[in-house]
Each structure stands twice: as C-alpha cells, then as structure tokens.
Ligand binder design. Structure first.
Ligand SMILES: C[S@@+](CC[C@H](N)C(=O)[O-])C[C@H]1O[C@@H](n2cnc3c(N)ncnc32)[C@H](O)[C@@H]1O
Length: 289
C-alpha cells in the first residue's frame, strides 16, 4: 500500500473516531462558566446537527464529519467565553413557547414567568387592554395572547431591532399591536386596564452583573445609579395611562422591593401586593390605581 493511501485511511479513521460521545465530553470544558455543562453541550450539538438531545444520547457512536467538528468547536468556544446557549442558538423557551432571540433582545428569564402567571391567575377572559412596556422578544405579551384571546394587547419597545424580533415571534396574534416608543410617553391617558413591565433594573455600578451579562444588550439592563431609573418613570407615567382601578405589575431586582413599593405609594397607587419568584426571591409588585 502506498504511503498516501495509508495516510488517507488514517485520516478517515480519525474522522470516524470523533463521535457524538467524544463531542459531548467537551462538557468538562464548560464547568467554569455553566452550572449545567452537560445540558449546554447537548443543546449546542443538537442545534448544530438539527436533531434532538434524545437522539444524541441514543447515538453516541455516530461520527461527526470534519466540518461538523469544526463548527461544534466554534460553538463550544463561544459558550466558554460566557455567551449563553440561548444567545448562541438564537432561541429560548418561555412559559409554553419557544421564542426567537438576538443580540438586540434580553434572553427571557424563567423568573419573569411570574408576571404571566400572576396576570393569568387574576384576570380571566373578559376583554381588557394591557400594555407590556419594554417587550423585548415579546415573550410576556405573546404568552398572554396565547391564553387570553379576548384581550387587546400592546407590546411597546424602544429598541427597533428588538421590536422587529417581537413582531416576528408574535406574527400569528392579530390581537397584539407593536408600538415603538419610550415607556408610556406615546400612550393616551387612562387608556389601559393593565400596565406590565420587566424593565431594566441593574445599578450602573454593578460591574459584576454587567460582566456576567456581557452578551446581553445594555439597554435592557442599565437603570442608573440606583437601578430604579426606569421603574421610577414607569410608575409615574403608568399611573397616568391607566384607567381608574387599573393594575400595574412590575418586576424588580432582588433588593428593590421596598423602594418600588414606596414609589408606587408616592405615585398614588394602593392595594400594593408583593410576589416572590420560584426561587423564593422578592421579584414583583402589583398595585391598583
Ligand atoms: C429587562 S428587558 C425585558 C425584556 C422582556 N420584556 C422580558 O421580560 O424578557 C427590558 C426591555 O426594556 C427595553 N427598554 C429600555 N428602555 C426603554 C424605554 N425607554 N422604553 C421602552 N422600552 C425600553 C429594553 O430594550 C428591553 O427590551
């Protein structure tokens, strides 16, 4: 056998040896950045091969082609420097659906499902008008639309690229109007029954959080020195755009509940109610005009 044939055979053999099982062993290299390195690794490989995690686990011997190995290494390297799996694959599950996300949108968080859960448990099918301020990928307002067809909904966002993603995610819901704007500035007085928002609430000096969330848009996070700049505006403008007896529901940071309650009280809201998320952390406040 000539030497070239031997080398070729060896290369083919090497390629054959790079199996799904071997690729998934890269999970070890993600331990420093992730609490779920194995899951992350499986999701990235499943995304690359356009298959399901279950299929990967049942086909550990399956070989990866050389171009697949190279692409997988690139995905793993992105995760290794801290980009989230959702950011890399461009999708995130929230409530009961999968949402397209991009570098312009905040990646929806499980804690924010508290807002959806609270509204669905308090308000039934009767028609009402609700605005979601800072809609991001549209995850809150779209989740509500899917469960409450009679509601008239507005997804409002300042970032036009984010609004574009939200519109695409919600294209099957004619009951949602997508509005570009800054908080309630463009909304008519006393036009809404409910104002809901997961606004930016990270303090500008919280460099540790900004480092951890370096791949997320600053506009979705930054809220001045106190972390309350956006909430302060939403509380005051929200009061004006709510109908009498309308409700406001706001997500906030771990240690901001007391201050948010004070802001609501000062603005004239009453019946202030506080909520904890699934991790038992203070996470949202609701009040009535
Ligand atoms: C924390 S993110 C929430 C995204 C989404 N609603 C969610 O819960 O996953 C805050 C959102 O507010 C938007 N935003 C920031 N400033 C705004 C403003 N002045 N008016 C409207 N939206 C704004 C950001 O672009 C971002 O999409």
């Amino acid at each position: 056998m000539n030497i070239r044939l031997i080398c070729c055979a060896a290369l083919i053999r090497l390629e054959m040896l790079y199996s799904i099982e071997l690729a998934l062993s890269h999970a070890r290299t993600l331990e420093a950045v992730s609490d779920t390195p194995q899951l992350d690794c499986q999701l990235l490989l499943a995304h690359l091969l356009q298959t399901r995690r279950e299929w990967l686990l049942a086909h550990g011997e399956h070989p990866l082609a050389q171009h697949e190995q190279a692409s997988f290494t690139r995905l793993i390297n992105r995760r290794r420097i801290g980009e989230s799996v959702a950011g890399i694959i461009g999708r995130k599950e929230f409530w009961k659906r999968s949402f397209k996300v991009s570098a312009a949108t905040l990646i929806p968080r499980p804690a924010t499902e508290l807002l959806v859960d609270t509204l669905l448990s308090r308000f039934s099918q009767e028609p009402l008008r609700l605005v979601d301020l800072g809609t991001g990928a549209g995850n809150i307002v779209i989740s509500l639309a899917a469960e409450r067809p009679a509601w008239q909904l507005f997804g409002l966002e300042k970032s036009l690229s984010s609004l574009e993603i939200a519109r695409e995610n919600g294209k099957e819901f004619a009951q949602i109007a997508w509005l570009a704007g800054s908080w309630c500035a463009s909304l008519a007085p006393e036009s809404m029954d409910i104002v809901v928002s997961n606004p930016p609430y990270v303090r500008s000096g919280d460099s540790q959080t900004f480092r951890r969330l370096a791949f997320e848009p600053a506009m979705a996070l930054k809220a001045g020195v106190s972390g309350l700049d956006a909430i302060r505006i939403i509380v005051s403008q929200g009061f004006d755009c709510l109908k009498p007896a309308g409700h406001i529901l706001i997500e906030h940071g771990n240690d901001q509940q007391e201050e948010v309650c004070q802001l609501l009280q000062q603005a004239g809201f009453s019946e202030i109610e506080t909520f904890r998320d699934l991790q038992n952390i203070n996470r949202a406040v609701m009040a009535i005009k």
